[in-house]
Design a protein around this ligand. Sequence first.
Ligand code: 13P
Ligand code: SF4
Length: 304
Amino acid sequence: MKNDIIKKIQDLKLKNNAVILVHNYQLPEVQDIADFLGDSLDLAKKAQNTDAETIIFCGVDFMAESAKILNPDKNVIIPDITAQCPMANMVNIPNLLKLKKEHPDAEVVAYINTTAEAKTHSDICCTSANGVKVVKSLSSKKIIFIPDQNLGAYIQKQVPDKEMIIWPGICLTHHKIRKQDILKLKKEHPKAEVLVHPECKPEVIYIADYAFSTNGMINHVKESDAKKFIIGTEKEICYRLKKENPKKEFYPIKYAICPNMKKITLDKVLKSLETLEPKIKLSDEIMQNAKKPLQRMMDIGRID
Ligand code: 13P
Ligand code: SF4
């Protein structure tokens, strides 16, 4: 049954000249059908470099929207339109405009986890793979950072010469990861390295060995001499980590689950290839204005 679905997906992909981009937090069976598996920055790059006419984006809304903004002529399809990142919706536009007015000398840095509309009011985007590099690249001394307070605090620590005004948004999946749960795993596996995502709380990042984007973790584990790793991010990344490093051991935070990422299933991917729906639709004006900060970030690249 599963094999039949996978065969149909492969056939339709060829017929429609489609490419399947998959985020590291997707369900294992969805990761297995990926043409490219990655973090939000790498997937945006893959979307920009592909010759395919159609992109099936297995991730959440802001990722698929970014792919569309960078490729307005391509069909970008998200197999479940309700797969939305709650943090991306935490920026209230009138309040952002008010803040900009209060700080006319500040540049606005938008984490890619924002709506397309919020991006149109921003100077540059960043992801967790390049946030420090992006903020360092700016000439202003004052930065308005939206919407993740934990990533904002992480960047501020590394770029102390900037004054960062940080939006009070959070990713619940990461924010609820508790320091005591990491410490408990550390006690059970004293030789394990602790890798966490910068969306975690500062007290969790403080006790970790490294804070990385999801692809930063993938790359680090490949190169590290350590054999065991405690992983402080959405737990499904451990499927890819184990597949690519079968001799290494991974200890996830079992409750770190992003329910929106889990909405994409093989059945929905098949349906989206059969119908070429639901498409990402944004107005030309939003796309043009959101492209500027996104492209400015793409030109900077990554650091991890
Ligand atoms: P990455 O860019 O590290 O893949 O993170 C995206 C995300 O949504 C983290 O919660
Ligand atoms: Fe958004 Fe958090 Fe899910 Fe990432 S893990 S997509 S930030 S809700």
